[in-house]
Design a binder for this molecule. Sequence first.
Ligand code: UDP
Length: 473
Amino acid sequence: MDTKAKQSHIFFFPYMAHGHMIPTIAMAKLFASRGIKTTIISTPQNVAFFSKTIERSKVSGFEIGVILLKFPSVEVGLPEGCESGHMVETLEELQKFLKATSLLDQQLEKLLEEHQPNCLVADNCFPWTTDLAAKFGIPRLVFHGINFISLCISQHLIKMDFSALLKSDSEPLAIPDLPDEIKLAGTQKPNFLKQKTELRKFLESTAETERRSYGVIVNSFYELEPAYADHYRKFLGIKAWHIGPTFLCNKDTYASLDEHECLKWLNSKTPNSVVYVSFGSVIKFDDAQLLEIALGLEASGQQFIWVVKKEKSDEENKEDWLPEAFQKRVEGRGLVIRGWAPQVPILEHQAVGGFVTHCGWNSVIEAVSAGVPMATWPAFSDQFYNEKLVTQILGIGIGVGVQKWERFGGEKVGKRNIEKVVTQIYGGGESKGNEKHSQEAWGNGKKECGGRWIILQGFECLDSRIGTPLHCS
Ligand code: UDP
């Protein structure tokens, strides 16, 4: 019998940004590990980001292919090679970027015709793929990269009329019909939602095609947000499968990072004695904000790893955003990483006892899985909703106090606030004896286990996920 002829084939088409590509590639690996042929659709400038992990998977015998589309950056007025979300720096550029993604339709159509996959898993940012998949009689599954609570809030927000959204500028807005009372400050919602802008129209079409698609794959797990998983499926009536945390299937990749300088540095530290500070792949703070972070970290007296997405200055030893002789003063106590850090191994290292995060969903689920409490510093997108989950619902984090949705730039946070949260979040490290303080801040959300803070709420289920991560209940 020809077994190949019966093998299912799934196309995975992630939005071109690290926070979307990372879980989508992991998902493709999960499906491939169950004997399904998978093909990732991407563009030339993005493939380098994940080619190594694909090569490793192929060596392990997984069937994962990659097909590249030509990204029409120049055609929409973006610079040549601008093919990833982290390169977009203004709202106008973002609109052009989204326009460019929609121009990929004809190339994708050709591929569907040629390869006839059984299913298309396409990012939420590609609403047009629902109809395209229907044209070929195959299901389109939506992948957002966000969790159930954010899916619920987004669906409710987009249905609300403008007057309610505008009124909430002066008073906090309670999102209706949710399992908990969740209030967002008027400024914690994007202005483009409050009028009939192009971006609002885009969000409306993503919400509408989400409801019309075959269903949604969610990088979360039921025990983390059961009320919202149920609400999304039952109240909103959308089919959804939680298969997360997807990053758990990348253990092979993380093992190869053991030699990274910062992991060696962490090996020399006591348990829960280091705070990890990182804001994902997209947010870029200006020099003034970086300076405040440096001053806040220094004043906290805590040990830290701080990831800075900024190229080194051309002028040797001159960094406008670093206080004079900062590196020298924090030597041995603080490590500044430029560029890309091995975040998952850092969070999982026993020396790390707290995480100052922008609340990107991947970062949050990685911290939850590692049992690391968070100081939440959201800037835009679903980050404010994730903050509510972390601070209000799960009680595993404290807010830095950001009130304003700001896609580019972000609301400024002063050094005193940074110092305060870095001290409060600190997970009970021996060097500062902060256990009591920390427990007061966290309430009953955590317990200490083998020298490590473990977040409760039944997350022990995660251990059993490792190795068998594809749960589609
Ligand atoms: N990440 C990393 N090293 C970095 C920055 C980010 O490994 O220096 C990873 C992080 O572990 C997470 C993803 O990139 O998996 C960022 O996704 P998230 O949703 O947290 O934020 P986004 O970058 O989309 O804002």
